[in-house]
Design a protein around this ligand. Structure first.
Ligand code: ISE
Length: 338
């Protein structure tokens, strides 16, 4: 079968990571076009592509290039909507980094456009669904051996963030992963969310509330408690514990050797999200390429992207109201029924 010819829109840090990945680690594809409005980013990416990709500053030209079969969108979140909508209009499959869009309104437009097209074209980059540990938890839950899940306890910690990171981003950029991943693991939708902002670490910049504790309840009544702490100083630390009727399941940590030295036992913790989830990104894009070639997408849908955005909006509202907010969503279109 021929290579899937991919065009990348957005050649910043994550776009260039995906470019390297698609060129060197993912089978069955090639990158034939690149687009960025910044010439500096475009040229850096073109260098990685070793002259093998057409360069564009205008995304619509890349989307309509006849040597592009599928599109990968890695621009900043606020610009996702335009590229995704234009890809649907061109009838081309599109992989969009998370979030699908930064407003529920644009997510809704994408869902509407895809539904009108009549076939799935959009996949959202919620890479945790491809992490080995989360997948193991999912099959354990599905085995039925643990009974019903009751409570979930998660931590999402990062070493530090810069001054551009806002209190809202603790939801829209960080907790968004648990919002999607837990929904998928628990096979249940969010109903109500709230957020507690208490004492701040001295390492957070003046405008930022850090840490925050988010509490979310699903329609079936499962409660999730999530600590987001993005200046924790010691490492990128992702934990997830699912308390079930007949046992407790914990997300395995990445495998590092346990060292005994100087009267201490120690194990490394990953430094950042790109390293922690490096394998998940590889599996995610490999499966996407294969699914697109078979003509049947199976990853996170535009509907998943929409639900995550609506839940994030409710959590952001809860940050300021100090109250529990309800997650009110539209009715799911038939296209997204399993
Ligand atoms: C970043 O954009 C990610 O996607 C990471 O997974 C997350 O841990 C981090 O907080 C975000 O800034």
């Amino acid at each position: 079968m021929n290579d899937l010819r991919i065009g990348i829109i957005g050649c910043g840090m994550i776009g260039r990571e995906h470019l390297k990945r698609l060129r060197h680690r993912i089978r069955g594809c090639s990158v034939t076009a690149l687009c960025d409005s910044s010439l500096e980013c475009l040229n850096k990416a073109a260098e990685i592509a070793e002259g093998e990709a057409e360069k564009y500053e205008d995304a619509s030209k890349l989307i309509n290039d006849k040597n592009v079969d599928a599109i990968l969108v890695a621009t900043p979140g606020f610009a996702h909507g335009d590229s995704v909508l234009a890809s649907i209009e061109a009838g081309k499959p599109v992989f969009c980094e998370k979030p699908l869009a930064t407003t529920a309104k644009v997510c809704r437009e994408i869902v509407k456009a895809e539904t009108a097209f009549g076939r799935r074209l959009v996949q959202v980059g919620f890479m945790r669904r491809y992490d080995r540990g989360y997948r193991q938890i999912k099959s354990l839950l599905e085995s039925g051996d643990f009974g019903e899940p009751l409570i979930v306890k998660c931590t999402h910690r990062a070493i530090s963030v810069d001054d551009s990171y806002t209190t809202e981003m603790a939801v829209t950029d960080t907790a968004i992963h648990e919002i999607d991943c837990l929904r998928w693991l628990l096979n249940d939708d969010w109903q109500e969310v709230c957020c507690i902002m208490g004492k701040d670490t001295k390492y957070a910049h003046k405008e930022l509330s850090d840490p925050q504790v988010m509490i979310m309840k699903t329609k079936k009544g499962i409660t999730a408690v999530l600590e987001v702490f993005v200046n924790c100083k010691f490492g990128y630390d992702i934990n997830c514990e699912i308390v079930c009727e007949d046992g407790v399941i914990n997300l395995p940590s990445p495998a590092f050797p346990t060292i005994r030295k100087d009267c201490k036992i120690s194990t490394d913790i990953e430094q950042n999200w790109m390293l922690r989830f490096i394998d998940s990104y590889d599996v995610e894009l490999q499966e996407w390429v294969e699914c697109v070639k078979r003509g049947e997408l199976s990853g996170p849908t535009a509907w998943d992207g929409y639900l995550a955005e609506v839940t994030a909006d409710a959590l952001v509202a809860a940050q300021t109201s100090g109250k529990c907010e309800r997650v009110e969503t539209d009715k799911m279109p038939k296209l997204y029924e399993a």
